[in-house]
Design a protein around this ligand. Structure first.
Ligand SMILES: [Fe+2]
Ligand SMILES: [Fe+2]
Length: 207
């Protein structure tokens, strides 16, 4: 009993102390407590304004680039273990993807950029079109070749290198410029690219 009483009596000052501390803290941090709340409010505001990445012309073209890079890498990794028919199928898919991608850029994306381009962007687009011509030549050679033909793998490798270089320049130079052009409606352009790609896919009979 005596111990219990002692414990009770010990609690009182402790509780008082805590209460006193709380009051002091409230008084002392009147302004600070408001500022402590500010980061919480900020992060809440961030959560509200953070939107998922919207699809647009650049996200569409970027995802095409990523897909085709993966296909070239897969071919390089597996080519020694693939049968001729497997090689032929993989290369056909790559060529179809590249053909559709180049067509939607040439028919829709590049002309839209030309409409608002400065000299720098026009030069970049000129180079991009020349690179497309080079790629189309190799694509045509591969489409007319058989996987057993001499230089078949070498042609796939060189096409892959050219495409990776070209896609890299588009992403770091042309896309960068396109993001800054306010007159471009990238969302609408993206819808046009998707629609035309679907048409071409059906035309070519690509999977
Ligand atoms: Fe391109
Ligand atoms: Fe591209």
């Amino acid at each position: 009993m005596a111990t219990a009483r002692k414990a009770t009596s010990r609690k009182k000052p402790a509780a008082k102390k805590a209460a006193a501390k709380k009051t002091t803290a409230k008084k002392a941090t009147g302004a600070k407590s408001a500022s402590r709340k500010t980061p919480a409010r900020k992060s809440a505001a961030k959560k509200v304004t953070r939107r998922p990445l919207r699809k647009n012309a650049l996200t569409k073209l970027q995802s095409d680039h990523d897909a085709v890079r993966k296909m070239f890498n897969a071919y390089e990794r597996k080519k020694d273990d693939l049968s001729d028919s497997e090689k032929g199928s993989m290369v056909q898919i790559i060529c179809n993807e590249l053909t559709i991608h180049a067509r939607i850029e040439e028919e829709i994306f590049y002309p839209a950029l030309r409409n608002v381009a400065d000299d720098d962007l026009n030069e970049m687009l000129d180079e991009a079109e020349v690179e497309h011509t080079g790629a189309k030549d190799l694509i045509a050679q591969l489409q007319g070749a058989k996987p057993r033909d001499p230089l078949y793998d070498a042609k796939v490798t060189v096409l892959g290198e050219q495409i990776k270089h070209h896609a890299g320049e588009e992403e770091t130079q042309i896309f960068k410029k396109a993001r800054r052009v306010k007159e471009l409606n990238l969302e609408v352009l993206g819808e046009q690219l998707e629609a035309r790609a679907a048409e071409l896919k059906a035309e070519i009979g690509a999977s």
